[in-house]
Design a protein around this ligand. Structure first.
Ligand code: ADP
Ligand code: MG
Length: 474
């Protein structure tokens, strides 16, 4: 079934997978049915690998993870993805083994590509990530050249800025520092201001696949290669994201060289991004390198502390969430080289705070959320920590768990706590009985074994126990 779904030869309109997934995650965390720990164990580990024929494919780290996600979270994921991208009609969660099959047997490609003739787009189906705008980009010392150059290009695509040649505009810098954000900002801006211009955005990883697919097809369709070239030759604005992935394949760079020359000569705008300057990309040929260097090279550096603080504040405003100033500085000091990670950390703190009912998280909460706390490691854990974690998780009073009460929720939480104490600590059963309100050791054995046997079939229980282990940092 997978093979059939993904081996279709047409590369459909695709957009930046990472960004769709990031947007979907933001929606997902608003869902009260997904708690922070479940999120960090099951959802966060999914990786978007492909978007094809309107199906988003997510890679799960194991068969067990795939089954759990399908069973417990699929509908939430589906809802969120469809909310951020109404054009996506299907979600598939696959394992590495399935991915290998698809990659081998079809023209499956990682990443994404899209072509827009802006006047056909509406706000809803624009392929550019709506929140990646110039307005949402914090400008500082480390990125101001790239920002202003991107803005100039968006305002007057293809025309030189008098004394500055901005064609091509080559933006480079480390991972998670805003290159894709700027490319999308250009796309969003041009789509709005010049709706008739045709814009192509393409992550470079896909170019080789598209090129070889075109070559392969020429035996049955003699126009296939011409179509490939024409697609790029006919655009007004061409964006290649992450050109460090440009492969050294015979013919490919030649084709790009010709596309580049043709666009350049007709005054079309070219924008490139990379994690390093052109000269340092070993795989690109000299003549292409000198073309890439022919306009403006604008680097994005690591933001300083003030900028990181400003970025966190901006994200808080955009997501309508709040954390105290202490926490803002704590995060900004702790995560200093990658803005994507900084955003991820903020999200984790907010989720964790929701879980433990702290509307405005303090430093301690933030540390716990990021597991940099003085949270006990396995060897330091005692039964008290376990009981506390179970109570926090199930929102049950400690006195109830240790009492004789037999209501369903309390009894369940108690059995889980007993199971975890047995599993994590080397304490005699009799002593465990004493910890749990003076129960007999046979009751302890019964509770432990009941959970053990339920775990074989009950995914929900497995999820709860994983969550609690994670709270305990084990
Ligand atoms: P890159 O393409 O360089 O790897 P991205 O453009 O994907 O990085 O940026 C990663 C995340 O960081 C995105 O969510 C983006 O919005 C955010 N980001 C990066 N730089 C800034 C900035 N200056 N202001 C606001 N957000 C930023
Ligand atoms: Mg990027």
């Amino acid at each position: 079934m997978l093979k059939k779904d993904f081996s279709c030869g047409i590369i459909s309109n695709m957009i930046d997978l990472q960004d769709i997934w990031q947007d979907a995650l933001i929606e997902l965390v608003k869902n009260p049915s997904i708690n922070a720990v479940a999120y960090s164990i099951w959802i966060e580990n999914l990786k978007p690998v492909c978007l094809k024929n309107n199906a988003l494919v997510l890679l799960a780290p194991s068969q067990n993870a795939k089954d759990t996600v399908n069973k417990s979270f699929f509908s939430y994921i589906e809802d969120s993805v469809k909310r951020v991208r109404p054009t996506i009609s299907n979600i598939d969660v696959i394992t590495n083994e399935e991915l290998a099959l698809i990659s081998k047997d079809s023209d499956f490609t990682h990443g994404d590509e899209f072509v827009v003739s802006s006047n056909k787009k509406t706000a809803v189906d624009s392929p550019f990530i709506a929140r990646y705008t110039f307005d949402n980009f914090v400008v500082g010392e480390s990125n101001k050249l790239a920002f202003y150059a991107a803005k100039s290009v968006a305002e007057k695509p293809g025309s030189s800025d008098g004394y500055l040649n901005l064609n091509p505009l080559f933006i480079y810098g480390g991972v998670g520092l805003g290159k894709t954000h700027l490319l999308h900002s250009i796309g969003n801006y041009i789509s709005k201001k010049f709706p008739s211009l045709k814009i192509v955005y393409m992550p470079t990883e896909n170019l080789a696949n598209e090129y070889f697919a075109a070559l392969e097809k020429t035996s049955s369709d003699k126009n296939a290669y011409r179509n490939f070239i024409d697609k790029y030759n006919s655009v007004d604005v061409l964006m290649f994201d992450d050109v460090q992935f440009l492969k050294k394949k015979i013919g490919l760079q030649d084709a790009i060289f010709h596309i580049f020359n043709s666009l350049y000569q007709s005054g079309k705008q070219i924008i490139l991004s990379s994690d390093r300057p052109p000269k340092e990309i070993e795989t690109i040929e000299d003549r292409l390198c000198s073309r890439f260097e022919g306009g403006l090279l604008a680097d994005i550096g690591i933001p300083n502390l003030d900028m990181r603080v400003a970025i966190i504040r901006k994200k808080m405003m955009m997501e309508k969430v709040a954390v105290s100033d202490d926490v803002v500085y704590f995060l900004a000091e702790k995560i200093d080289t990658n803005i994507r990670e900084l955003e991820g950390a903020l999200l984790k703190v907010i989720l964790y705070a929701q879980l433990i009912n702290k509307p405005c998280p303090d430093i301690q909460t933030a540390k716990e959320a990021l597991r940099v706390s003085d949270a006990p490691k396995k060897e330091e854990i005692d039964s008290n920590d376990i009981v506390n974690a179970v109570c926090t998780y199930f929102r049950i009073n400690k006195s109830d768990i240790l009492s004789k009460k037999k209501t369903k929720d309390i009894a369940h939480a108690r059995m889980v706590a007993i199971y975890l104490v047995c599993d994590l600590l080397s304490i005699p059963l009799v002593s465990i009985g004493q910890i749990f309100g003076g129960r007999d050791h046979t009751t302890i054995i019964h509770s432990r074994d009941k959970i053990l046997s339920s775990l074989k079939t009950d995914q929900r229980l497995a999820l709860q126990i994983k969550d609690i282990r994670s709270l305990l940092n084990v």
